[in-house]
Design a protein around this ligand. Sequence first.
Ligand SMILES: *[C@@H]1O[C@H](CO)[C@@H](O)[C@H](O)[C@H]1NC(C)=O
Ligand SMILES: *[C@@H]1O[C@H](CO)[C@@H](O)[C@H](O)[C@H]1NC(C)=O
Ligand SMILES: *[C@@H]1O[C@H](CO)[C@@H](O)[C@H](O)[C@H]1NC(C)=O
Ligand SMILES: *[C@@H]1O[C@H](CO)[C@@H](O)[C@H](O)[C@H]1NC(C)=O
Ligand SMILES: *[C@@H]1O[C@H](CO)[C@@H](O)[C@H](O)[C@H]1NC(C)=O
Ligand SMILES: *[C@@H]1O[C@H](CO)[C@@H](O)[C@H](O)[C@H]1NC(C)=O
Ligand SMILES: *[C@@H]1O[C@H](CO)[C@@H](O)[C@H](O)[C@H]1NC(C)=O
Ligand SMILES: *[C@@H]1O[C@H](CO)[C@@H](O)[C@H](O)[C@H]1NC(C)=O
Ligand SMILES: *[C@@H]1O[C@H](CO)[C@@H](O)[C@H](O)[C@H]1NC(C)=O
Length: 395
Amino acid sequence: MAAGSAWSGGLYVVLVLWIVTVTCSAEPGRRQISMQLYPSSHSTPQAGDLLHVRAVGDNDTLHFLFCSQGAPTLLLIHTSSTSSEVQVNWPEFVARNTSGSLKVEPESSLMYSSAVVFSRLLEYDDVNDTAEPTSDLFPPYDLQNFTWNPINLSEPMALLCGTDASFTNGSLCLQLSVFDSEGRGEAWPHLLHSVNSSQLEVWLDGIPARATQSRFLLEMHAVGEAYPLSTVDVYQSIDDEYTPSIFKVSQWVSSVNGSPDVLGYALWKPVAYRQARPALEDATPCRHSVPRAQSGSMVTASSGLIRGFFSDPKSMALNVSFGLAGEPFYNVTRFLSWTLLVGVGSPPVDSFSPLVVAIMAVGLGIPMIILLVGGIWLCIRKSKGASSASYEPIN
Ligand SMILES: *[C@@H]1O[C@H](CO)[C@@H](O)[C@H](O)[C@H]1NC(C)=O
Ligand SMILES: *[C@@H]1O[C@H](CO)[C@@H](O)[C@H](O)[C@H]1NC(C)=O
Ligand SMILES: *[C@@H]1O[C@H](CO)[C@@H](O)[C@H](O)[C@H]1NC(C)=O
Ligand SMILES: *[C@@H]1O[C@H](CO)[C@@H](O)[C@H](O)[C@H]1NC(C)=O
Ligand SMILES: *[C@@H]1O[C@H](CO)[C@@H](O)[C@H](O)[C@H]1NC(C)=O
Ligand SMILES: *[C@@H]1O[C@H](CO)[C@@H](O)[C@H](O)[C@H]1NC(C)=O
Ligand SMILES: *[C@@H]1O[C@H](CO)[C@@H](O)[C@H](O)[C@H]1NC(C)=O
Ligand SMILES: *[C@@H]1O[C@H](CO)[C@@H](O)[C@H](O)[C@H]1NC(C)=O
Ligand SMILES: *[C@@H]1O[C@H](CO)[C@@H](O)[C@H](O)[C@H]1NC(C)=O
C-alpha cells in the first residue's frame, strides 16, 4: 500500500513537472513582428520591392529583408539590440551600383548576417526517365530577368510571384512567413519552426513545360560576409503525421571553421508536392547537389539586396532537383511546391509528436496493464487455491 502510493505520488510529481515545463517553455522568447514595404510605385517600374520585417525579441532583433530587385533574395540580419534599425537609401539602392545603400544602425549591434538568393530555374528533357540532369538541358531561366509582381503583403506572410517573358501562362512564386512563436507550418511538410526562423515556400504553377518529360532544378546561392552556409548535413528524422513517409531532413549550415556551433541554416525535407492541395500520393522526392563555392561578384550583380548590403560577399551554391526516376513528370500536374526554413542559430529539432507519444504509450501501456492484471489475477487465484487447499481436509 505504502509502495503503491509512493509510486503514484512519484508519477503525479512527474506529471506536474511535465505540465509546468510545457506551459512555461512556451512563453519566453516570443518576438514582436512588424512589417514595412519600401515603396516602389514612384520609382522606375523595374525597381522591385523591398520588404523589411522586424522581429524584436527579449534581448535581440532579427531583421528579415525580402527583395525582388533582380533575383529574389532573403537576407537575415541578427542584432544584439532591441532598438537596432535598418536604414535604406532608396535612390542608391535602386541604382544598384554601390554597397552600403542598406545598413544596420548601430553597426556594433550586428552579430550575424546571411542571405539566400534564388538564382536560376533549370529545366531538362528527361527522355530516358533517369532524373539525371546531365544532358538535354534547356536554356535556364535567370530569375533576375523575371518580371516580378509587387509583393502582396498579408501579415505575417508576403507573396512574390514572377514570370519569364517566354511564359504563356503560369508563374513562379515565393511565399515568406515569419513567426512570433514556435510552431509548425500549416501545409505539408509542416516544418517545425522557431522564433529564429522564417519559412519560404517556392512553387511553380502552370508554367509551360518545354518537353513532355520535363523535370526542374532550382539553383540557390547562400551568401555571407565571412561564413556563408557551406555544408549540407542530412539527418534521420522522425516519420510522423506531419510529414508521412519522409525520414530525412537536410540542413545547409554555416559554422566557423571546425566549431560545432551553427551560426545559421537553411533546412528542408527532401520532398516536393505536385498539387497545390496535396494528398499523400502527390509527394515527390527531391535531391540536392554538393554546395560549390561561387564568385561573389556574380551574385552581387544579380541581386540588388546583396549589392546593397554586402561589401565583399562569399557565396556557395547548390541545385535542388525535383523528382526521381520513375516519378511522374512535371507536365502531369504542371505544379511543384517545395518548402525551406531559413534561420539563425541552431536549427529546430523535431521531437516525437503527441500522436506518436500516445501510440507508444498505448503500445507499451496495454501490455503493462495486461501483465499487471494478469499478475494480480494469478496472485488471487494462487492464494484462493492455497486457501481452498488448506480448508479441504477440514471439510
Ligand atoms: C538580456 O540582457 C540583460 C542585460 O544585458 C541580461 O541581464 C539578461 O540576462 C538578458 N536576458 C536574456 C534572456 O538573455
Ligand atoms: C550610380 O548610378 C547613378 C545613376 O545611374 C549615378 O548617378 C552614380 O554616379 C553612380 N555611382 C557610382 C558610384 O557609380
Ligand atoms: C537515352 O537512351 C538511348 C538508348 O539507350 C541513348 O541512345 C540516349 O543517348 C539516351 N539519352 C540520354 C539523354 O541519356
Ligand atoms: C539576364 O539579364 C542579364 C543582365 O541583363 C544578362 O546578362 C543575362 O544574359 C540575362 N539572362 C538570360 C537568360 O536572358
Ligand atoms: C494577395 O494575397 C491575398 C491572400 O493570399 C489574396 O486574397 C489576394 O487576392 C492577393 N492579391 C493580389 C493582388 O494578388
Ligand atoms: C493558360 O491557362 C488557362 C487556364 O488554366 C488554360 O485554359 C489555357 O489553355 C492556358 N494557355 C496555354 C497557352 O497554355
Ligand atoms: C533564438 O535566438 C536567441 C538569440 O540568439 C536565443 O537566445 C534563443 O534561445 C533562440 N531561440 C530558439 C528557440 O532557438
Ligand atoms: C506536355 O507537354 C507537351 C509539350 O509542352 C504538350 O504538348 C503536352 O500537351 C503536355 N501534356 C500534358 C499531359 O500536359
Ligand atoms: C546546377 O545544375 C546545372 C545543370 O546541371 C549546372 O550547370 C550548374 O552548375 C549547377 N549549379 C550548381 C551550383 O551546382
